[in-house]
Design a protein around this ligand. Structure first.
Ligand SMILES: C[S@@+](CC[C@H](N)C(=O)[O-])C[C@H]1O[C@@H](n2cnc3c(N)ncnc32)[C@H](O)[C@@H]1O
Length: 302
């Protein structure tokens, strides 16, 4: 059996009781180590807590070497641990499909994900549209397909959850060209970089999917002892020091409920100024006033 086990967001003890019992009985335990990190734990503390050795699974192993992970799983129990929820954002469906092809049973043990815990910023999950991912730009590569999705969300008034790039085990172009297996230190996108990149793309596209005054909420280290929120405009966030990773950003949609706004005030510097920015932003994509259909006149005399 292959067990996909969610670890939750921060501490080694965030694993569920059923998840822990399962890890303890598995023959091999893999930890997916390239799409997220447990902020208050590391490999050594997890191994101590589980009483089991952990094999780190990088992108290469999961995407190309999945048969190694699944070896023997017809008879033995194998655990594949994922920070957050195994189906939150990164879905690992390839691994599940491959397991099914090999006749291996799969069971998932869920946990909290950034996709639901982000509700802690006060914005209602029901009011979120499509989630997007923002990757690190280079001088020659600035992918902007996220822009259309933000536009679609904002046209119908919905908030956008923006997940930020993580680069682990990346090679520099020079090392890659020379075939040297030397990896760059891990990089985690911070809030200021994300805000600057979003403004850069708006400056290029100029379709006003959002502006530099659009209100956003920066969410840092959610679920960890140093969790932090900051509500401000995109432009203000280009100057924000968000500290240690992980970070995510939420761009507000037009449909900001009074209770959502009230909740956000605890994360702003100046309530009145923030409210004014929200009201100004609500003018974008404002639907025209409703006009009821005109009743057809009955021109028949009898
Ligand atoms: C690809 S998603 C993986 C989501 C994970 N499987 C889950 O269910 O939470 C990783 C991205 O989500 C965001 N993220 C994940 N956990 C976070 C946290 N605790 N605090 C802030 N952002 C987080 C970051 O932008 C990070 O780069």
């Amino acid at each position: 059996m292959l067990y996909l086990i969610g670890l939750g967001l921060s501490y080694e003890s965030d694993i569920t009781v059923r998840g822990l019992e399962t890890v303890k009985k598995c023959k091999r335990v893999y930890l997916e180590a390239y799409t997220s990190i447990l902020m208050a734990a590391d490999q050594a503390s997890l191994e101590k807590f589980y009483g089991r050795e952990i094999i780190l699974a990088d992108r290469e192993l999961v995407e190309i070497g999945s048969d190694d992970i699944l070896a023997g799983a017809e008879e033995d129990d194998i655990a594949f641990l994922v920070v957050g929820d195994p189906f939150g954002a990164t879905t690992h469906t390839d691994l599940v499909i491959r397991a099914r092809e090999l006749g291996i049973k799969v069971e998932t043990i869920h946990n909290a994900s950034v996709m639901n815990a982000v509700g802690a910023c006060g914005l209602q999950l029901y009011q979120f549209g499509q989630t997007i991912s923002l990757v690190f730009f280079t001088d020659s590569w600035k992918p902007d397909s996220f822009y259309n999705k933000i536009m679609e969300n904002r046209k119908i008034g919905l908030h956008t959850l923006i997940l930020l790039d993580i680069k682990v085990k990346e090679q520099s172009i020079e090392n890659m060209a020379r075939g040297r297996l030397i990896y760059e230190p891990p990089r985690y996108m911070d809030i200021a970089t994300a805000a600057s990149q979003l403004i850069e793309i708006e400056d290029i596209r100029k379709e006003q999917a959002y502006t530099e005054n659009t209100p956003c909420v920066a969410v840092s280290r959610l679920g960890s002892p140093t969790q932090a929120f900051k509500a401000a405009t995109l432009k203000e966030l280009t100057e924000y020091d968000s500290g240690e990773p992980l970070h995510t950003l939420v761009m507000l949609g037009r449909q900001v409920h009074d209770l959502e706004l009230e909740y956000l005030y605890q994360f702003v510097q100046d309530k009145a100024k923030f409210k004014a920015f929200v009201e100004q932003d609500q003018e974008f994509f404002k639907p025209p006033p409703y006009v009821p259909p005109v009743e057809e006149l009955d021109l028949d005399d009898d």
